[in-house]
Write a protein that binds this ligand. Structure first.
Ligand SMILES: [Fe+2]
Ligand SMILES: [Fe+2]
Length: 205
């Protein structure tokens, strides 16, 4: 997977188009998918392999024409076939890769596919969601105040993202709370309000 991504990366298009960036995203999705999959009683062999493969085509130039989830499921199918997996396992893993994206969603998906979708979405939420919003704001040369407005708008948009498992929704809610408190703190600091009090007071405050 990592090697395939390296063979298709286009670093000249920015850090998000490097194999290293995509691979680290893949590993975070794998960790979240394991956690959710365990809690939901999903088949972890399918969940883990699908998580590792889900964005294999993300950097492939052919994705200018075809969705990375669709191309990725074809690449996954070939790879899994070569590994000697049963046709049923190949089908189930390929399904998860094919439908993991928001754009390729449809009804009646298997639990393992829903676990992967939730794990993938979670990578945009929480502390990393705050960093991602700040990085995007920085690319547009926003000052702190505009970054806050951008972050709050991003938070509102995230609230509309669908999650499909109880465990995914639970982690999502925790991470949203963190983001809301972060941006609230930023708002307070920008307003020049007195934010430290009681036991939180720094020395000399
Ligand atoms: Fe994806
Ligand atoms: Fe992804």
């Amino acid at each position: 997977m990592q090697k395939y991504m390296e063979s298709t990366q286009r670093p000249e298009l920015g850090v998000r188009r490097t194999a290293g960036f995509r691979w680290r995203h893949t590993l975070r999705v794998l960790a979240a998918a394991r956690e959710i999959g365990k809690a939901e009683g999903a088949n972890l062999d399918i969940v883990e392999m699908a998580a590792l493969l889900h964005d294999v085509a993300k950097l492939d130039q052919r994705c200018d024409q075809v969705h990375h989830a669709v191309l990725g499921s074809e690449i996954a199918r070939d790879f899994l076939h070569q590994l000697g997996l049963s046709p049923e396992m190949v089908d189930r893993i390929a399904e998860a890769v094919r439908y993991h994206s928001f754009d390729t969603h449809c009804d009646g998906l298997a639990l393992e596919t829903l676990v992967l979708k939730d794990a993938d979405r979670l990578d945009e939420v929480g502390a990393l969601g705050v960093i991602a919003a700040a990085v995007r704001a920085g690319r547009q040369d926003m000052d702190y105040r505009h970054c806050l407005a951008y972050g709050l708008e991003d938070l509102q948009n995230l609230k509309a993202v669908p999650f499909y498992t109880a465990s995914g929704r639970k982690i999502f809610a925790q991470r949203l709370r963190f983001m809301a408190s972060f941006w609230e703190q930023a708002r307070a600091e920008l307003a020049g309000e007195k934010i430290f009090s009681g036991k939180n007071a720094p020395d000399g405050a």
